[in-house]
Design a protein around this ligand. Structure first.
Ligand code: NAP
Ligand code: BGC
Ligand code: ZN
Length: 365
């Protein structure tokens, strides 16, 4: 079967041939439909994040997938079920407490592998195998957008944790600022602007005023989407993050999806009293100067919180399925900028300003 992989010692992703996997006992065989590409994949390809499976000369890419059950292999799944796989697995199939209590997203490094990112092959292949507890049902009619369940689930988790950090008092947030205007930033902006009616989604609060910060000049397709969502575009070349409160207003929620390390600290300045900042970016080591006293003082005297959050698990995927079903069609159409075939994948890894979310399509329903 065809797979898209990074190989030790060579640059960029390549199409390789691999044997179709045989499901072990307790695993199902999945036929891949679509797999999305995000900033993390570019970090993995560039070598700044993640790592190869132990003892292997390559790693199959891809952690945002939608697939169909090809062979239930004795599991409770049925042939033809459409599913989105979660990303984390126990290291060397050796379970630990985090997995046993259904919170692998809270496991520290070393206590998990991530498919397509660190230590395990991903889903960018014609077939893959998985245990059923890592597969979340996706309604059949969403088969073509199901690869967005994983990135949406990342924000489901981030919002759960951010709101939990404000749950000890009456918090009535009105303003939200998203940092970053690619796929994660724009999906999150829409979730905050529209809110979702669902018991499973954590994105049920619709903010009265939403903003999205980027560093691009108009005209730009991502800024068009920000306008269409009804949010205010903040151009960080004119209005650096720390000056947002004077230029616009202090923010009740800041969601960082740039990976630009200074933003973690400037977020404290941008927050309103009692506000919370969720940090999602994954920067490399980077030294720079900050006014630590001021940041410390702001956090304390204004009851501000910063929450770092990574990955997600089943309940966040379930919330994400509901959220996906409620996001407007025009937005989802505009976000998907490339649908590439496995034997011509290069367009999926181009990352110019016209690219927002690329997918590799292995099969259709
Ligand atoms: P991405 O495609 O790399 O997007 C990053 C966005 O941030 C782009 O819009 C980029 O603008 C903007 N940006 C970068 N530096 C900036 C700066 N100095 N000022 C203003 N804007 C800036 O990544 P993504 O897939 O959307 O994900 C966002 C980040 O979250 C990445 O670091 C990714 O690794 C991380 N992530 C984390 C998790 C988690 O579980 N914590 C999950 C998914 C992703 P341009 O396009 O104009 O360069
Ligand atoms: C993935 C997460 C993963 C994180 C860190 C993100 O792009 O969506 O599932 O935990 O990268 O590797
Ligand atoms: Zn991702």
């Amino acid at each position: 079967m065809k797979a898209i992989a990074v190989q030790r010692g060579s640059e960029g992703p390549a199409v390789i041939e691999k044997p179709r996997p045989t499901p072990a006992e307790g695993e199902a065989l999945l036929r891949t439909l679509r797999v999305g590409v995000d900033g993390t994949d570019h970090e993995v390809i560039g070598g700044s994040h993640g790592g190869f499976p132990e003892g292997e000369d390559h790693m199959v890419l891809g952690h945002e997938a939608v697939a169909v059950v090809a062979d239930p292999n004795g599991t409770d799944l049925a042939e033809g079920d459409v599913v989105a796989p979660t990303v984390r697995r126990p290291p060397a199939d050796d379970s630990n407490d985090y997995f046993e209590r259904g919170e692998p997203d809270m496991a520290p490094e070393g206590e998990y592998v991530e498919r397509g990112i660190v230590g395990d092959h991903g889903f960018m292949a014609e077939y893959f195998t998985s245990r059923p507890e890592y597969l979340v049902p996706v309604p059949r009619e969403l088969w073509d957008l199901g690869f967005l369940v994983e990135p949406i689930s990342i924000t489901e988790k981030a919002l759960e944790h951010a709101y939990a950090a404000r749950s000890a008092f009456e918090w009535a947030p009105e303003s939200a600022l998203v940092l970053g205007n690619r796929s994660l930033g724009l999906l999150t902006l829409a979730m905050l602007e529209y809110g979702v009616e669902s018991d499973r989604s954590f994105a049920t609060h619709d903010f009265e005023r939403t903003y999205c910060l980027g560093r691009r000049e108009r005209p730009d397709p991502t800024v068009d989407i920000i306008d269409e969502v009804g949010a205010t575009y903040v151009n960080s070349n004119e209005t650096p993050l720390g000056t947002v409160p004077e230029a616009y207003e202090p923010m009740d929620l800041v969601y960082e999806a740039t990976g630009y390390a200074p933003h973690a600290f400037e977020t404290v300045e941008a927050l309103a009293p009692n506000g919370v900042g969720a940090l999602l970016g994954i920067p490399d080591s980077w030294e720079f100067e900050v006014d630590g006293g001021r940041i410390h003082n702001e956090l304390v005297l204004h009851n501000k919180a910063l929450v770092g959050t990574v990955n997600s698990h089943v309940k966040h995927f379930e919330g994400a399925v509901d959220t996906l079903g409620e996001l407007p069609d025009w937005l989802l159409d505009d976000l998907v900028t490339t649908v590439a075939a496995p034997d011509d994948v290069e367009p999926a890894f181009e990352y110019g300003h016209d690219q927002i979310k690329a997918v590799v399509e292995f099969d259709r329903l």
